[in-house]
Design a protein around this ligand. Sequence first.
Ligand code: SF4
Length: 437
Amino acid sequence: MNNATLVAVPAGGGTAVVGSVREDLARYLASGGDSALRHSPEAALAAIRAAELRGRGGAGFPVAAKIEAVRAADGPRVLVANGEEGEPASVKDRYLMRIRPHLVLEGMLLAGHLAGADRAVLYVSDAPSARSVRRALAERAAAIFDHGPKRQAPTEVEAFDHRQAPAERVAGVEIFDAEPGFVSGEETALVRAIDGGPAKPTAKPPRPFEQGVAGRPTLVLNVESLARMALLTRFRRSGLLVTLSGSGAPPVLTEVPHGVRLAELAARFGYDACRGFLAGGFSGGLLPPSAGGTPLTHEAMRAIGSTLGCGALVAIGHDDCPVAAAADVLAFFDRANAGQCGSCVKGTSAMAGVAEALRAGTAVAEQVDRLEQWAGRLRGRGACGTLDAACLTADSLLRHFPDEIRHHLAESCARCVRLPVGADTRFRVHPPEPEEG
Ligand code: SF4
C-alpha cells in the first residue's frame, strides 16, 4: 500500500491551516500571524467561546471552559501543549508542529496568557516536530534580539513570563521529549511524565486543571486546539483537520468544515466503496456504511454511539474485513495498554483473543456471547479511555456487523486469510514530509 500522506488544501482557503511548505517566522507574520496576541484576553476568550471550540485531542471538551477552570484556580499555573499523537491513524498534530510551528506557538502564547501561566511545556515524542518547534523558537528569539530592546536574549523559560505583554515576548517553551505510545498523551500520563514519573495515566480526580504539573493547576491543550485558538480571532470560525486512510487509496490529511458528511468526504478522496470505517482513530469503534450520512461533529458522532475523537477515519475497503479490522485494533490495545488496571489488562486481552479467534475461523458462539458481555460490563473500569475504546470496538463490531460474525462462526473468511495481520502494519499513517520554505 502507498503510505505517503497527501495534503489536500481545501478550496476557498479561509481558515485553511494546511500547506506543504514549512512556514518560517517572516512568512507567518506576513500572513497575519501573531495577531491573536494583540487582542485583550477577554476578546480572545469570547471568540473561543462563541466558536464553541472543543479540544481536538480526542475528548472534545469545551476549550473555553478548560481555560476558565485553570484561570479560576490559585496560581502559579502551567500550560502544556499536548503534541503526543498516539493514535496510529492520525497525523494532524505532527503535521502542524512540523509545518506550521509558529501557529502552534502563537496558540501556546495565547493560551498561556489567558490562563495566567508562567510555565509552558510542549510535550512531544516526534523528533522532526520537536526540531521544527525548536527552530521556530530560535527564529523568534533572534527576531527580538536583533530588532527589539538591546538586552540579552531571554532564556526560553524566562521569556514565558505572563507579566509581559504576549506580543512582546519570545515564545518561551520547554520542550519535553515524551515517550511515544498510545497512552503517553493521556493528560494525567503526561503530567506524571513531566514530573519525572512513567508516562502512565493516574486515577481522576484530581484532574490536571486542579492539580497538574508540580502540583499546580495545569491547562492541557492539544496542539490543533492551540492552532485553532490562534486562528479564531482572525477568522471567527473553525474547521477540522481530518486524516483519512485505509484500504483503496493513499492516506490524506485535509481540512473540512464542521458538519461535512462522512460519505461525502470519503467519496472526495476515493474511499466511497467501503464496508465501513474505524472512527476517531482507534477510539470510536467501527461504523457501518449506513453511517455515511453522519455529519462530522462531536454531537452527531456521539449520537450514533461513536466519537469524532482526533478526526482520524480509516476506511475498511471491499478487500478488507470488519472482523479483521476489529481484531487488529483490539490486539493493538492489548499491547498498548499501560498495564495498570486489572480490568483493562485482562479485558483487552480477552476481547482481543475472541476477535482473533473469529478472524481465524476458530471461534464458537459462546465466545461471542462472552465478548458481548465484556464489551458492556467493562466500560468505565479503567483509569483512562483505553479500556472503553476496546469495549466500543468489540461492541460496534457485534452491533453493526452481525452477518459477518455469523459468517466467521460458520467458516473461515477468504478475505481475512489474505490480509496482513497487525494494526501497525495496516493502519499506521505517516506524516507528510515538509518542503523547506
Ligand atoms: S485503562 Fe488500561 S491503558 Fe488506561 S491506565 Fe488502566 S491499564 Fe492503562
